[in-house]
Design a protein around this ligand. Structure first.
Ligand code: AP5
Length: 214
């Protein structure tokens, strides 16, 4: 099963990909996480990508396509995988189809995370992430955070992502409408797009997701 999670920033793609990975054992391939790892490692690619990410702009297609192409050839991707945050432009979607064709594979389903823009801003501006254990929290949505786990671990380091500041969030949403929304049309034309209501509570969204991905 090759799944693509598509939707605006903050719609819960990463949260749901993590849950599904645990249940199905398909790895979560998040280009955002890969780029942030490269930044933390001080890699040249990461430092170049950071210039785009800090402003809320997209990293050039050639960079992310190269990252994904290498990753999907890994042995743990044989049974299936979840693409979270890729493709984000129509050229990326076309490149993905090309790479998969060479491997005699294809995208099986594209799940579109549908939700209202005002709520996205609340979610993104309240998000906190632990740079050590990778856990994600929200300052408002109580039942959803695991803050106590990080508070009990002296090694944990909870931060606000630099692209979750208000002015950057605004640009990310504009970039989404300009460059990523057309990707939904691309998949709709080939009958691969299914939508879920991403505004519900996490467990309700997860149930909708499981109903789609049987
Ligand atoms: P990336 O890391 O992919 O960010 P994004 O797509 O903007 O998505 P987010 O991680 O912000 O949101 P999400 O939908 O995963 O929501 P989440 O589950 O975290 O990309 C970052 C940057 O990297 C890009 O701007 C770009 O520069 C670069 N990049 C990455 N991929 C690229 C590509 N393919 N091409 C070019 N550049 C690329 O949830 C958000 C918050 O809401 C959390 O606090 C969570 O706890 C909370 N939450 C989640 N679900 C719920 C719910 N149901 N109810 C209440 N709260 C919820």
């Amino acid at each position: 099963m090759i799944l693509v999670f598509l939707g605006p920033p903050g719609s819960g793609k990463g949260t749901q990909a993590k849950k599904l990975t645990t249940e199905k054992n398909w790895p979560q391939l998040s280009t955002g996480d890969m780029l942030r790892t490269a930044i933390s490692a001080g890699a040249h690619l990461g430092l170049e990508a950071k210039k785009f990410m800090d402003l809320g702009n997209l990293v050039p297609d050639s960079v992310v396509i190269g990252l994904i192409e290498d990753r999907i050839r890994s042995p743990d991707c044989i049974e299936g995988f979840i693409l979270d945050g890729f493709p984000r432009t129509v050229p990326q979607a076309e490149a993905l189809d090309g790479v998969l064709l060479k491997l005699s594979r294809k995208v099986d389903q594209v799940v579109f995370f549908e939700m209202d823009e005002k709520e996205l801003v609340t979610r993104l501006s309240g998000r906190r992430t632990c740079t050590v254990c990778g856990k994600m929290f929200h300052v408002t949505f109580g039942p959803f955070h695991n803050q106590e786990v990080c508070e009990q671990n002296p090694l944990c380091n909870v931060i606000q992502r630099s692209d979750d500041l208000p002015e950057v969030i605004q640009n990310r949403l504009e970039v989404y409408h300009r460059s990523t929304a057309p990707v939904a049309e691309f998949y709709k034309k080939t009958n691969r797009l299914k939508s879920i209501n991403a505004a519900e509570k996490p467990e309700v969204v997860f149930q909708s997701l499981k109903n789609l991905v049987k």
